[in-house]
Design a protein around this ligand. Structure first.
Ligand SMILES: [Zn+2]
Length: 281
């Protein structure tokens, strides 16, 4: 009797929720897809979805059953076809690795075998994830020379376990002598500071760079020409490097190492249009 009292209202509520799933404007589908790490589709199935009215991000989510099912472990009896794998890019990477082994790797085989047993990089490089600012390539650094961490905007957040671990490890165990923070031209993260984004994570992440934009815009008159806008954006990118150096010094392990002369910090800026890497002072 008690069970019926619970089951029927629950079923009625569930059917109601499912049938109105597409009509409830509770979220950005692309955002939900991004959050779940799933492949984006433009339409929801005609029937069947889980509606989560609120999430940890304060937004609602609509998750089609098909997506939920595809995220579940294989039950063994399901005869669905595997999703087509676009392996072209992976194939290119693997072929590239073969080329690397045949050429670069084998040409310095002794050094590479030595590195296979341990590393002793002198530099910790904190750079942007941008695909055009690969640190080894733009500095002609060899394998084992740079200990690298990259993120969107070469940001050093004030409280970040991932970066704190990189800092501790590189200072206390690898004994790096130099820490580089490298910004670059045409940085998408710095451009995003001027946009009103509603993604769940990007605006939060960029909070630790906003001060750079504020400083520059209070220092210079509002840019009008294309050249002025370009120069203003470059100044934000440069100021962000200075700001992140300041953030770096808020980490006790870094402050101590710098004060004791064990580590030096240097800001750098990479110009994509000229290939030039220069000091930020
Ligand atoms: Zn960037």
């Amino acid at each position: 009797m008690h069970l019926k009292k619970i089951i029927w209202p629950t079923l009625v509520l569930l059917i109601g929720v499912i049938s109105t799933a597409q009509a409830v404007p509770v979220f950005s589908w692309d955002g939900a897809v991004d959050l779940l790490g799933m492949k984006a589709t433009n339409t929801l199935p005609a029937m069947g979805a889980i509606v989560v009215p609120t999430s940890m991000y304060g937004q609602g989510l609509v998750i089609p059953f098909s997506q939920v099912q595809s995220a579940l472990p294989d039950n063994g009896g399901d005869q669905r076809e595997e999703p087509a794998q676009n392996s072209t890019l992976v194939e290119e990477l693997l072929q590239g690795n073969q080329k690397f082994r045949d050429g670069v790797y084998n040409s310095s085989i002794e050094r590479n075998l030595e590195l296979s047993a341990g590393q002793d990089p002198g530099v910790l490089w904190i750079g942007c994830s941008d695909s055009r600012s690969d640190p080894e390539r733009i500095t002609s650094a060899g394998p084992g020379e740079l200990f690298v961490t990259r993120n969107v905007g070469n940001i050093v957040p004030n409280h970040d376990w991932s970066l704190a671990t990189v800092l501790e490890y590189s200072i206390n165990y690898l004994n790096v002598r130099e820490i580089i923070i490298c910004g670059h031209s045409d940085c998408g993260a710095m451009k995003a500071l001027d946009k009103d984004l509603h993604d769940p994570y990007i605006p939060l992440w960029l909070n630790d760079a906003r001060e750079a934009k504020t400083r520059v815009d209070s220092r210079y008159p509002r840019p009008k020409t294309l050249e002025e806008i370009k120069e203003r954006n470059r100044q934000v990118e440069l100021e962000n490097v200075r700001l992140q150096v300041e953030h770096l010094m808020t980490y006790p392990s870094i402050k101590t190492a710098v004060n004791e002369g064990r580590v030096h910090i240097q800001g750098l800026y990479y110009d994509l249009a000229t290939g030039t890497l220069s000091r930020v002072t």
